[in-house]
Design a protein. Sequence first.
Lengths: 434, 337
Amino acid sequence: MVVLNFTLTPEAASKIHDLLVCLGKFSDTVAIESRRERLVFTALNSSKSAYAALTLDGKQFFSTYECIPSHGGPEGRFTCSMYTKALLSVFKGRLYDPLGRDGAIDRCEVSVQDRADETQCRFIVKMVCNQGVIKTYKLTYEAVDVMHALFDRNAAVNRWSMNAGAMKEYIEFFGTKTEMLDVFAGDDGRAVFKSYTEKIANGKEILKHPLVTAVAVNTSDFEEFKVQPGLHIVISVKDFKAIVIHADTLKTSLKAYYSQPTRPLQFSYGSDGLLCEFTLMTSGDYNGGTAPPTPAPVAPQIASRVASRAISAAAPDARDNRSMPPPVEPASRRSTRRQVGSRQPSSPTRLQDDPESLFVNQGEEEDTQWEPVDYNNNEEEALGWDASADRNTGNFATFQDSGSFSRSEGVQGNADSMEGIAPTQRVSQIKGLW
Amino acid sequence: MRFKAQIHNIHTFTKLTASLNSLGPLAWLKLSDEQVCFTIIPEQGTQVWAVLSIDTIFDTYAVQSAANNVINLEVPLGPLNRALKSALNATSAQIRLTKKDNIPLLALTIATTSSNNAYSAFPTSGSRDDDTMFDAQSGGSRETVITQEVPVRVLAPDTVSGLHEPQTREPDVHIILPPLMQLKSISDRFTKLALAGARTSSGAAATRTRLDMAANMHGCLRMSIKTDAMSISSVWTDLANPELDPSQVANGDIGIAEHPSTRMKLLGSADGRSEEGWASVRIDGKDWAKVMSVGRLGGRVIACFCHEHALILYVYLPTDGGEDESVLTYYISSYSA
């Protein structure tokens, strides 16, 4: 039996509307994962090329929040999945209206009825409106396992951040039917966002070719821009638009983290207890040519912390970046988990270990909110996106050693709970992911 | 082959492409030393032949080609319009013909300074020191360059040599149309009524929405629609019938004396009640709605009625007192009853 009750202010309910609109552009269904201190909306698109996790902080986002999962102790969770449209028909637009016009609410109370002694399991939303009107919606839900995409922000050496409002101006220039977005870091102090379509048509068809739009932005217009010059990275323009439009509703800055083409890219933004993270597939040619994608000093650093990195490095052709190397079991599974969970406690040590690190240490706090899989649930399927960059196999043994060393030393507290973690699914077993 | 120009009147150009786009997706664009011509010849419906003086939309205009400095292009109007829209707040916009991967393109290079600088006033984290704020603001000229690439097809002179502006006989009646917004709202309502009537009576079968348009030489314009169930008409009076210019008519004064419109002047009356003296055409309501899209350009429109044959609209673009006028000519043929 799970207890999940929370109350939303009209502003928060309207934010739920906005995030559902955004998630609806990725997937028909949205998964909800609630834990003791937070609630996460996740969505994975049908081609599994885009994954969204929107985390609502229990204390900050909600007026009241109570979640007691039926099992699993402090790390336990309750997960379910619902149609995005069904939720949207409850969390309509204009829930928040300072003038109290039609549709405005006073507060919103949500509870989950999931008990063995009840015949029906329902997700119950009560919209308490003005003049004492209460609208109660009872939604059905499906119990699901929630998959998470892992993203290693430390491997993502390229990062930029920009005000979402400014970015929204740029996306408005894009043609309507384009498919791809190429983000290019020029070496002339400009970043170029180019929307285009890959289809090459001939003859008369050429005229049906959608507009190619390139927006060149001075890198000084970014709040932060640290991208290797000459790097092209390609994502879906539709996903990008959905993300920018949502980020703009929060009036916040959009941050991008990525390493190189074919490795995942993450967009992150948030405010007031809402943290949005989108992990997207990327493509594109690596044209930088000069420096290796991940600077050399990085490898030992990760290795000392994360055994999984070493394992993926053991993949025969680590330079082949067209496919992500499947992690070798079992060490990688355990260690992937360990890595994410242990990131925060171990990070101070790590920094001291390697003063030459090229990693930017900011964003670490957000990282802790990037929650990995549920360690206590053996049935869980976790989808590991190994965002580590290539490294050289020669150091493998050392990596493993230091990996286990750091575990015993730095993360004892967490390490115990991570024993017997559900394994990461082998990449080779996942069909249609890439 | 070279074409390069500064776009000088981005709003007019954008509205022009939007109006033309409602009639057909592709335009034949003829660029020459003297003028810029847009021609839309859809498979069905109204043709437009637009002749613009260069300074209506361009500035520092340069066109060069082996064929007498004339370049003929086939241009998709939708993407062109979309591209132009992104230049509406531009500080400068340039268009040129170029080639990329062997595909000819019209490339627009648009420089904008961001319209809202407000965001630099809100640093993301409250703990930022003043230096960062200062930096963000001193970056003052927040210029963004947008490149829009519209794929085009280059047409050989032979391809276009067979295209001629339609020949029509001398019109029976010429009249200045009332404001197009007024005309459009009435014709739209008529068309809707006709469609609704057709839907209830005969299902989805023949949803013909024929508008009867008629005008006389006494300043009257009549628009009417007839279905099995109804007959409605609107009459405008006190419109102007412009005088013909003898220098523009074949045989000068004699030509005018023999002109059909001179005969039509003898018939009908200024109150529009007489059944005589009307030159009328039957046009398709949906097609007319597309034609009315030109109203956004705000030009003066002269309609020439060839009785039971065709309706020709001359849309004169407003100029700032320049000598060369830009004219859009719409050829709408009349349906037989």
